[in-house]
Design a protein around this ligand. Structure first.
Ligand code: NAP
Length: 272
């Protein structure tokens, strides 16, 4: 990426996180440009990251090697169709918009190299994880550029089939909210058991963080880690048995199926 020029179309939350990540990785401010209709948004990213900003998308993409489409899915069609006549041969299009398929993007920008990504909100803290899918037109060098871009805000994982992005959306895209739900429920249950709310909240949050860190650092899987902390006839076993007798795994499976199905439905609607 030492010479790659990157243009962001839309300079909102996700674009700003990516720009911050790239700058932290050592990319020069002169390699990055962004366009956004909001004067305040432009001023913010310019002040924070020292990059050049534009109110005209066509100006931002001139001479860019990589064009990151970081606008809301609802405006993607118009943005792409407006950009299309100014695109140059060999420019890589990277879309981070939820639910916009490569076929839709290529229908709007032409048969160009496109990488479609599904990041998640912890990208804002550079703790995200993204699924990436590349169309056949994407070169090995461009794959590397896309991977480095998304790696600036967390872990980047390539997918073999575009359809798998619905599953990525179900697991990690929507995933932070599932953990927030569990945190809410555990905090409320702790309070019911007699703890002050703040204490229950801190115990839950630190437990979530500690468990995630243990699981990430461990060379054994989560099931084994669970077995190791579950003594026969102990307190953890009592709780796990209660979870499982209430169908915990089935509840999770159904929830992720619902998210994946909704992701496919949204792609269908937004691609028109
Ligand atoms: N945030 C996440 O956790 C997350 C996770 C996965 C995927 N994504 C995807 O990332 C994309 C951006 O999300 P975000 O959260 O960063 O949204 P955001 O903060 O609203 O940023 C989008 C920016 O694009 C600007 N914009 C609107 N129309 C434009 C145009 N025609 N040309 C250039 N810029 C334009 C918006 O300006 P105005 O506000 O003035 O309209 C806004 O500043 C979305 O497609 C979303 O699906 C986000």
């Amino acid at each position: 990426m030492s010479k790659t020029r990157i243009a962001f179309i839309g300079a909102g939350n996700m674009a700003a996180s990516l720009i911050g990540g790239l700058r932290a990785q050592g990319l020069d401010a002169a390699q990055i440009r962004a366009s956004d209709p909001g004067a305040e948004t432009r001023a913010r990213v310019q002040a924070e990251h020292g990059i050049e900003v534009f109110d005209d998308n066509a100006q931002a993409i001139a001479d860019a090697d990589v064009i990151v489409l970081a606008v809301k899915p609802q405006v993607m069609k118009t943005v792409c169709q407006t950009l299309q006549p100014t695109l140059q041969k060999g420019q890589l299009i990277v879309s981070i918009a939820a639910g916009i398929t490569c076929a839709s993007l290529q229908a709007w920008v032409g048969a160009r190299p496109v990488v479609r990504c599904m990041p998640n909100t912890p990208a804002l803290l550079r703790q995200g994880v993204s699924g990436l899918y590349a169309t056949a037109e994407v070169s090995a060098e461009q794959r590397q550029q896309a991977e480095q871009l998304l790696s600036a805000v967390g872990t980047a994982l390539w997918l073999e089939q575009e359809q798998q992005l619905d599953a990525v959306t179900a697991v990690s895209g929507s995933g932070p909210a599932y953990f927030f739900l569990l945190i809410e429920a555990m905090t409320a249950a702790g309070e019911k058991l007699g703890l002050p709310r703040e204490t229950a909240s801190q115990l839950t949050l630190q437990t979530a963080l500690g468990a995630a860190r243990m699981a990430v650092a461990s060379d054994v899987d989560a099931a084994e880690l669970r077995r190791r902390v579950t003594s026969p006839a102990g307190t953890t076993e009592a709780a796990i048995k209660s979870f499982q007798s209430n169908g915990f795994e089935a509840i999770v499976e159904q929830a992720l199926e619902a998210a994946s199905k909704r992701s496919a439905e949204l792609a269908e609607q937004l691609g028109k």
